[in-house]
Ligand binder design. Sequence first.
Ligand code: IPM
Ligand code: MG
Length: 357
Amino acid sequence: MNKNIAVIRGDGIGPEIVGQALLVLDRVAERYGHTFTYTSVDMGGCAIDKWGDPLPETMLQKCVASDSVLLGAVGGPKWNDVPGNMRPEKGLLRLRAGMGVYSNNRPAKIWPQLADASPLKPSIVEKGIDFLIVRELIGGIYFGKHETVSEDGKRVAIDELRYSEEEIRRIGRIGFETARKRRKRLTSVEKSNVLDSSRLWKKIIHELAGEYPDVTLTDMLVDNCAMQIVKDPSQFDVIVTENMFGDILSDEASMITGSIGMIPSSSLGKTKCGLYEPIHGSAPDIAGKDIANPIGTILAAAMMLRFSFDMDKEADAIEKAVSAVLDGGYRTGDILSPGCKQVGCKEMGRLIIENLP
Ligand code: IPM
Ligand code: MG
């Protein structure tokens, strides 16, 4: 198959980790007879420096016209003082909205080889950690009006949080459909004891539940969910939640699996053209040192093959190669434990390619 992939290297460690993911994709293409063509897209701080805009319209169009987008990470202290609507992160938000990718899928699964890297007690980890956060990605407080005004000579900041029933229904469906393909348990996470948007959320999710009698639905308040994720993560199968709660809970969920550096994510909307990225940030403190963990991005590339290109065996091959390298005791610094061999970003990429079945 021929696929055109828009590639956003971004800032900080972005170029290094994406570089390794492309080498893996090249090898997969060669091995399985595909042609992947890469179109470079500037987004984030580097686009601000070059174009004065974190995502120029022409760059967004390249993404929309592609078969899928692979992204490293954006942002860094260099752009801390630019106005809110011109920040590197705003480029990412505009990309997500422009592509219409409302459903963000973030797995929290422990690799058995990394059980020691989890900060949780072995007695908790042993019960199993294998759940998925389905995060609404293009609505809620991220996309409401943000403003700072002056009232009686004092500054007041306002961020608007709104959800329409359609926005809730379409992500709710993804939650139910995803649970249906797994262990059939869905936890809907909200703050309905305080927020109107959460009360509507809960109502719509319960309306949908009638269509999915085979899925067991549980409601959970977000603060309780944060607690349950560290107390007994084995209780979760699929969590569906709104944008900001999903942002926060997915960082927490990644940490209990050992390292945020291991977790990929997919974002999809109405079409097969998806956005694939690791969930971690641009880690400017370690950029350019060849010590970043490229596995989150490499696994994101595998997700792209699976969900957007229907290349299941190619995706399996990448995941197996990652597992084999971990079995071999190779670790980047973030997942290092005693007795393992520390490798850098490039060496980790090379080992994964070498272990492709
Ligand atoms: C994420 C990130 C982004 C978000 C930032 C970079 C805007 O934290 O993908 O989780 O908050 O969505
Ligand atoms: Mg986040």
